[in-house]
Ligand binder design. Structure first.
Ligand code: AMP
Ligand code: ZN
Length: 118
């Protein structure tokens, strides 16, 4: 299967690693939309949040359990100490503007983010 994020996880395409464990991989977004912009992906290919099930939910639970740690490391990676919070976003499908069809959570921080979601 041809998947950009699966290739990044395998190391076939370079990325700026922020964090890795058995379940997930986190790296800096190539086109940052905030001073800190990191992506967290499950190592198992899941197409989007729309494909979360009872069976794969433990993967998602794990990702959220490490997001506080990943956010701090991502900040430090780009020389920023996150103290005033951050945003976690996942885009789903066409109307959600999902461009890569491998579930990923954006962590955005380092400035006052918009109070609008859409
Ligand atoms: P989305 O639009 O929610 O699917 O998010 C996909 C994200 O992947 C965008 O923010 C892109 O900037 C990012 N992206 C695309 N290619 C790469 C890459 N090779 N390395 C890091 N981030 C990437
Ligand atoms: Zn994939």
């Amino acid at each position: 299967m041809d998947c950009l994020f699966c290739s990044i996880i395998k190391g076939e395409i370079p990325s700026k690693k922020v964090y890795e464990d058995d379940v997930c991989y986190a790296f800096l977004d190539i086109n940052p939309q905030a001073p800190v912009h990191c992506l967290v992906v499950p190592k198992e290919h899941i197409e989007s949040a729309d494909k979360i099930t009872e069976e794969n939910a433990p993967i998602i639970a794990h990702i959220f359990s490490v997001i506080p740690k990943i956010a701090k490391i991502a900040g430090l990676t780009v020389g920023f100490r996150i103290v005033k919070g951050y945003r976690v976003v996942t885009n789903v499908g066409e109307h959600g503007c999902q461009s890569v069809k491998h579930l990923h959570f954006h962590i955005l921080a380092g400035k006052q983010l918009s109070d609008r979601m859409a």
